[in-house]
Design a protein around this ligand. Structure first.
Ligand code: AMP
Ligand code: ZN
Length: 114
């Protein structure tokens, strides 16, 4: 999709530190990491958010499998958090669905201040 930041990363038009790639997914380090490991896993196909991704079950399964592979590859043996920010209440900023894989230290409460 034209002018989509993450489609442009898939196409190699914008640089990213890619840590894992399959035919249908790309995983790269978040530019502003919130944990020692912070990787974004995206489908190659453009879907705006996780609701749209859910309508493409094969792509959804591929994203989950890639997230699990990234967690293993990154050595997140203590566990990790997988987040799909969706819509304004969640503060979604990029409208090409992405799973945040966060780990590498205890992550604290699920939500800030809770
Ligand atoms: P969200 O708020 O869930 O939409 O998350 C968007 C994420 O994309 C944020 O964590 C940003 O730091 C990250 N991000 C934005 N631009 C880039 C980029 N060029 N390369 C890697 N990560 C990015
Ligand atoms: Zn896109």
């Amino acid at each position: 999709m034209e002018n989509c930041l993450f489609c442009r990363i898939v196409a190699g038009e914008i640089p990213a530190t890619v840590v894992h790639r399959t035919e249908t997914t790309v995983a790269f380090r978040d530019i502003d990491p919130k944990a020692p490991t912070h990787v974004l896993v995206i489908p190659v196909a453009h879907h705006a958010d996780v609701v749209a991704l859910a309508a493409d079950p094969a792509a959804a399964a591929d994203v989950l499998a890639a997230a699990a592979a990234v967690a293993e590859q990154e050595g997140l043996t203590g566990g990790f958090r997988l987040i799909f920010n969706t819509g304004p209440h969640a503060g979604q900023e990029v409208f090409h669905v992405h799973a945040h894989v966060l780990g590498g230290e205890p992550l604290g409460p699920m939500l800030a201040g809770k």
